[in-house]
Design a protein around this ligand. Sequence first.
Ligand code: UDP
Length: 304
Amino acid sequence: MVRAIREREPLARIVGLDDNWTSSDLGDHGGALSGRVRQSLQDTDAGGFKNYQFDLVVHLASPASPLRYQADPLRTSVGNAIGAIRCVEWCKPDGVIFTTSTSEVYGDPIVSPQPESYKGQVDCTGPRACYDESKRFTESLFFDAYRTRRVASVRIARLFNVYGPGTLPDDGRAVSNFITQALRGEAITVYGTGQQKRSFTYIDDVVEGLMRMIYDCSYIGPLNIGMDREETVLNIAHCVREQVRLRDADMYSEIVHLAAAVDDPQQRRPDLTLARKLIGWNPRVSYEEGISRTIDYFKEELGL
Ligand code: UDP
């Protein structure tokens, strides 16, 4: 989403740009958007934006699901890299660029929890690299745009395993897979032993953190936004199965173990010291509550 003021035509506008690669169509957001463009970020003259300069560029693009970004790794790398360059071009010199980076910049961390100062352990030739490295490039480019005064400010948030209503049923990530499998009475697919850990963060908490970072502080980042309670993937599978059974006693999916994903990080947990101090943010929704809300969403979405 972009707040825009067209040069020589001082009309305040909010414009959304999305090619819907991994999302459904942009709604009208209650009328907040004054323009919607269905086009990819990397297109040279995306939506005719060449003539626009924006006060605030909010870059939320890129699939975050390994299944999705690995299905077309070149599109992922190129989309993130060219998209980041476009964002700098579209930003007014006195404007601000905001972006959602990712805990994937920490790779398979050997430090836990991960503070923003941790440099990470990413395999730049592995199947996750198209996402990890292009997000790292985006951070690097935005920091350079700020240091060289090409833009007045940037904000970089690093998100940890976001889930919740709004996810597509076939998105491919753990929480949505487990829920849709359990609701359909299919086996729940755990990759590897399931002892690998993640910090699953509910969407409403993430949105609150991002809004605070955009509007309530001048810290450029990077800033971790994520649940600081780490759980094994197997625990999440059990939690989903139990909660679906609470709704329908006949539903009880088998949990099957499939081959481990290549380069699958073994742990991921944010150090939230900075987020607490700078924007007073703490995740509020436990994964049990968040999973429950997400099950209700998918039940309706799938018509079950
Ligand atoms: N995972 C799993 N089964 C699935 C989907 C994911 O066991 O059907 C595992 C995956 O191997 C990883 C964790 O769940 O260890 C989180 O995966 P996800 O794709 O949600 O996000 P990631 O953190 O890997 O980007």
